[in-house]
Design a protein around this ligand. Sequence first.
Ligand code: MEV
Length: 321
Amino acid sequence: MNKSIAISPGKVILFGEHFVVRGTKAIVAAIDLYAKAEIEESSWPSEIISEGTEIRGKITQELKVVGSKELEPFARILSVLKNWGFQIAGFKAKISSEIPMSAGLGSSAASAAAFSLSYANLLGYKLNDKELFTLSHEAEKITHGNPSGVDSAAVTYGGILVFKKDVGIISKLKSLFSDKYSLIIADTGIKRSTSVPVRDVLILSEKLWPAVSLIYDASDRIVDLANEAINNEDYETIGTLMNINQGLLNSMGVSSLELEELIYRSRLAGAIGAKLTGAGKGGSAIILAPSNKVDNILDRIKCCSKWASRIKISQEGARII
Ligand code: MEV
């Protein structure tokens, strides 16, 4: 094969971000915004271009990056494949993405998954889900330092998942969202790195653990109740639990004025649940609303979002196209 293309969905965390880093459960969903990796055989040094960004550069045959340091995660993927015994070949890759970067929507995990799948396919190998998860997660360790793996699980497996660090997927939930209820993502447009809020939450939790451990327990209970509510299609309860989850995240210092504005405007316009999604301190909010309120909500938040849109769950994870 001399050319290969793969896509990967982005993700939203519905419940339990940050707390999942210290071992409580989270619920994550793959979404219908995609990253794409088009790769063709070429000579060394290999070239990676990320369309629409300044991220571009070369990777030498010794797997050293020349150019944007954002290419380090891709070099890591190549080095893991090499350790697994693959004969690494030179290539030219174009990464493009509908998923806004640094917005809490899994763009880095999705690009890593699409790249891994596409590159292995170019070498004539079809990665299984476990291998794909490992490669995306290894890349995330370079990007974020201390990832739980929740983003990589969502982009690999698709659907709605209950996830626990070091355990993996506990269950795959049935598809949510009838015609009557919709999910909206609203991006504050404020970009931030995931590693900083993750580090800050860990520092806070260590400093005040006797009090903060109760917040972690509350998050774990919320996930259990949300799991049940999703199975029962009890949207009102799902929404209320999202709001409580937002309170917990706010108490850990990862909300922001811009996120709170989106969240409160959405609730006032008819949302039944709204919270930040991902690492917070900027990035995006996820909003659950009766479908007949969506237009009103989009209208009320357009003042304070870079973009906002109804989204659907992607049942499938990353795949060759
Ligand atoms: C980032 O999408 C989710 C966090 O919980 C970090 C992680 O779990 O790796 C903030």
